[in-house]
Design a protein around this ligand. Structure first.
Ligand code: SF4
Length: 404
């Protein structure tokens, strides 16, 4: 798979081209902002993996309770071994909140996760992303200018109908803020049904009173939740393509559809196809196929079960010796589960799946570099969400916490 690294305006332009052509199958690496990752000093590039590990252990001990390290499940082994907490993005933010004594939070994940941690952490805590190039191609597919344009066009096309915006946790802080100030909420892959139900429930019954919802940025999570858990048909789900006039839909279609899905997807989970399920069932009769809901609808529909990374972990943990699992999610997590449960066979559903190349930006040298700087009294790569974005995004996050 090809990889491009783009910055700022160029990244936005490329994203628009990507939407127009719909043909790009590579993985776009972007920063959600204009920050540039400074090159690491040469000494970090000269050190062996063992030397890096020894130094990280030493510096982490020196930082003691002043530091908490968070590691997303998709991080590579050389990084996640140092995590005080492991989990998905939302669990990690809650874990960080449980350590108010920690002055520094190093988030080994991607940009939107560090932003959420900054929003949810105490004012005295500083959130650090070891490599500023660690973005998320899905989050970058919902550019705030395009979102604002779409919102205005939808208000006009669907005049008289109340639309509730819902955004997946995997989105930039400015999109969470947009959702917060327009009466919507954030959701995770674990609670998407509860939040979408709330959006469409009448106000007098405790809901948001929406006649329809607009779901960002992952069309697949929105569609899978609506169809497989809420009883909507595929026809009820309409995709808004920001590169086309009126999202590529007629006014009539937009007025009719209860579920509007932003045209975004995850480049990693988008590689799993129904043919992979067919092949693995032929090769391993009795296999249990479990996938992430960011996969396309046909894959999630044909799997034996699906869920967040935490749920995938629980399903494999609940298995018995001899069980075979084919897992449709990022390969670092699949490999780790295979090591943790050697009495079970844990395979990737797609033998050729790639790592999440943005998550992969965080490595041992970057982790050591940020720790060395902290001990020198310098905070590098701090992620700060400015006001009013932070307060508005928190509104959307707090609504989720109240509902789910
Ligand atoms: S796995 Fe997909 S959604 Fe998760 S960080 Fe990578 S690109 Fe983004």
């Amino acid at each position: 798979m090809a990889t491009l690294q783009l910055q700022g305006d160029l990244a936005q332009t490329f994203n628009k081209i990507h939407h127009q052509n719909g043909a790009w199958t590579g993985h776009i690496t972007m920063t959600s902002g204009a920050e540039l990752q400074v090159p690491l000093p040469e000494k970090y590039l000269q050190m062996s993996a063992d030397e890096i590990a020894v130094q990280i252990a030493r510096q982490k001990e020196r930082l003691g309770s002043r530091l908490v390290v968070l590691g997303h499940h998709y991080q590579r082994e050389e990084v996640i071994r140092w995590a005080d907490f492991r989990g998905d993005s939302f669990k990690l933010c809650k874990d960080a909140a449980a350590r108010p004594d920690a002055e520094f939070i190093i988030f080994c994940g991607v940009h939107f996760m560090a932003e959420s941690a900054d929003i949810l952490s105490a004012p005295h805590q500083k959130v650090i992303l070891p490599d500023l190039h660690a973005g998320c191609s899905m989050a970058d597919m919902a550019d705030i200018d395009q979102v604002e344009e779409a919102w205005d066009a939808l208000q006009e096309a669907c005049a008289g109908q109340k639309i509730i915006p819902i955004t997946y946790m995997n989105s930039a802080a400015n999109l969470k803020a947009f959702v917060g100030r327009n009466g919507g909420a954030v959701c995770t892959s674990s609670n998407a049904k509860k939040i979408m139900d709330w959006a469409l429930t009448p106000v007098e019954q405790g809901g948001a009173g929406g006649e329809k919802l607009l779901f960002f940025p992952d069309q697949h999570l929105g569609r899978n939740t609506a169809v497989l858990e809420m009883g909507f048909s595929l026809d009820d789900c309409v995709v808004w393509n920001p590169a086309e006039d009126l999202g590529g839909q007629s006014e009539e279609t937009l007025r009719r559809a209860p579920i509007l899905l932003w045209k975004g997807h995850c480049s990693v989970h988008g590689t799993f196809m129904p043919i992979h399920i067919k092949n693995v069932r032929e090769r391993h009769p009795g296999v249990h196929v479990v996938v992430h809901p960011e996969c396309i609808h046909e894959v999630v529909r044909d799997a034996d079960s699906y869920g967040s990374t935490e749920k995938i972990r629980q399903i494999i943990a609940a298995g018995k010796p001899g069980d075979i699992f084919a897992v449709g999610t990022e390969i670092n997590l699949v490999s780790r589960l295979a090591e943790e449960y050697p009495d079970r066979t844990v395979l990737s559903l797609n033998p050729n799946v790639c790592v999440c190349s943005t998550m992969y930006r965080v490595d041992g040298p970057h982790l050591l570099w940020v720790m060395d700087n902290l001990l020198d009294g310098k905070v590098v790569n701090q992620i700060v969400v400015p006001e009013p974005i932070a307060s508005e995004a928190k509104l959307a996050l707090d609504r989720m916490l109240q509902i789910a």
